[in-house]
Design a protein around this ligand. Structure first.
Ligand code: KIV
Length: 274
């Protein structure tokens, strides 16, 4: 698709119904991102989610997604220690979670993790720019590559991941001209999030796109729906209907043949006590 100039679409999903909808919408890639920690599990950062939890979520997605490639995100703590740890974690995401590819954050010594995973036969997606697992070290959730030197370092990181065997690369919160220059120099596809339109594809987080996340929304998000408001209104109507007795109605109930009901009532009458 990159060679043809066709844009790739990627979306996060964390459960089977969302994966089915994403598949039907025609996305090529579903990322079971470690953003699950925040948007699904209620944590304040992506750091606490465990490999077991990521496998559980990935499994739900791969049960439903048929056509898109599913990428399982390696969570913080599952690949930093050694290449061996990275390969073992990636194998679990593929074998137990059913992921087609895995993703990890960072470059530098992470290039060696990418190489080790790729050599074990598993496709790896890299992720550079704003890498939320290292947000503290980066000084918070802020754009990266905004000086000539850091933009050049970002390009070198991207090249090193491609050389290590990455099959695709997420560029997060990177100035658009820098992301464009990186995308032009790589043969692997770049997937941008807050990295401008010249990337080979785009990714958005499910809850951001649909207006479901109560936390702050990054400037690079376009909301395509405001579902939190719609869901809240539906839930309030349900609560009010139950309280007023207007739900359930006759059509929501099951019938019993008259004869059986009469028998039941007679048996009740013959029973002593309440
Ligand atoms: O975990 C995630 O959802 C991600 C995307 C923001 C790219 O890494």
């Amino acid at each position: 698709m990159k060679r043809r100039g066709d844009k790739l679409t990627m979306l996060t999903a964390y459960d089977a119904p969302s994966a089915l909808l994403a598949d039907r919408a025609g996305v090529e890639l579903i990322l079971v991102g470690d953003t699950a920690a925040m948007v699904m599990l209620g944590h304040e950062s992506t750091l606490p989610v465990t490999l077991d939890e990521m496998i559980f979520l990935t499994r739900a997605v791969t049960r439903a997604a048929r056509r898109p490639l599913v990428i399982g995100d390696l969570p913080f703590g599952s690949y930093e220690i050694s290449d061996e740890q990275a390969v073992a974690s990636a194998l679990r995401l593929v074998k137990e979670g059913g992921a087609d590819l895995v993703k990890l954050e960072g470059a530098g010594r992470m290039a060696s993790r990418v190489r080790a995973i790729a050599e074990s036969g598993i496709g790896v997606m890299g992720h550079v720019g704003l890498t939320p697992q290292s947000a503290t070290r980066l000084g918070g959730f802020r754009a990266q590559g905004r000086t000539a030197a850091s933009a050049l370092a970002l390009l070198d990181d991207a090249l090193s991941l491609e050389q290590a065997g990455a099959v695709a690369l997420v560029l997060e919160a990177v100035p658009a001209p820098v992301a464009a220059a990186i995308s032009e120099r790589l043969s692997l596809p770049t997937i941008g999030i807050g990295a401008g339109a010249a990337c080979d594809g785009q990714v958005l987080v499910w809850h951001d796109l649909l207006g479901l996340y109560a936390g702050p929304t990054p400037r690079f998000v376009r909301r395509y729906a405001e579902l939190a408001g719609e869901i809240a209104a539906a839930l309030e109507s349900y609560v009010a209907d139950v309280r007023s007795g207007s739900f359930p109605e006759e059509r929501h109930t099951y019938s019993i043949p008259e004869q059986e009901l009469a028998g039941f009532e007679q048996a009740l009458g013959e029973r002593a006590g309440p």
